[in-house]
Design a protein. Structure first.
Length: 227
């Protein structure tokens, strides 16, 4: 019938902006962090994807300085040594991105087309949030659905336990290749116990904020010069 009304779900998704439902700040790790550490991040935060910053094998001028590692990537990497294999070598999920002002319908169509459960929300080509299939489902539900409360971790994981920071301190990640520059960020919050990880940081090169569990390649430079 020509006068048929639009399907409610399509209307709802078209009228919803991804920035209204995306999870932020994103959870990130450095490319040299082990698969075991990434698995722990996903379990602790109950998420299915982690943004991996730093690319150990860039190709050409268009290589992005970040990738995505998903729960499916971890499953496919089961034969590998989880303690010795770096996240950057396994992150292979399709790099699907949407702009922060795109519609949720556009994000849903991408997830369907590429058979994935998430897309990365970008602003100025940098990741600022994640939209998952559950975010789409929650928007389509007849009644509002509140996400379950997830309490903050009571203690940092063992591999991040040595770093302590306060707001204003500087977090530095060393380069891993010849002539690779260090990357630094300002610590905005230390959300673990006694100033431990995870750290909410603002990256010096992009100005974007992420929730970071640093690896062993990171150090803290304290604002007041303490050690």
């Amino acid at each position: 019938m020509s006068d048929r009304q639009p399907v409610r779900g399509v209307t709802v998704l078209n009228d919803t902006c991804v920035s209204d439902v995306m999870s932020t700040p994103i959870v990130t790790c450095h490319c040299e962090v082990s698969l075991g550490e990434v698995a722990e991040l996903m379990a602790r935060h109950r998420i299915h994807a982690v943004v991996v910053v730093g690319d150990p094998s860039p190709v050409g001028d268009d290589a992005l300085p970040w990738r995505v590692i998903s729960a499916n990537d971890l499953v496919e990497a089961a034969p590998f040594d989880y303690g010795a294999t770096a996240a950057g070598w396994v992150a292979s999920s399709p790099l699907l991105t949407v702009e922060h002002d795109d519609s949720l319908q556009h994000a849903a169509l991408l997830m369907s087309e590429y058979e994935t459960s998430h897309v990365i929300v970008v602003e100025d080509a940098h990741p600022v949030g994640i939209v998952s299939a559950l975010d789409v489902a929650a928007r389509l539900a007849p009644a509002p659905v509140e996400p379950p409360a997830v309490s903050a971790a009571s203690a940092p994981p063992p591999w991040a336990g040595g770093l302590r920071a306060r707001p204003g301190d500087r977090l530095v990640i060393r380069g891993h290749q010849l002539e690779e520059m260090e990357r630094d960020a300002e610590v905005l919050e230390a959300r673990g116990t006694d100033g431990g990880a995870p750290f909410l940081v603002r990256w010096g090169d992009t100005g974007h904020e992420t929730l970071l569990y640093p690896g062993s390649d990171a150090r803290i430079e304290h604002l007041d010069g303490r050690h």
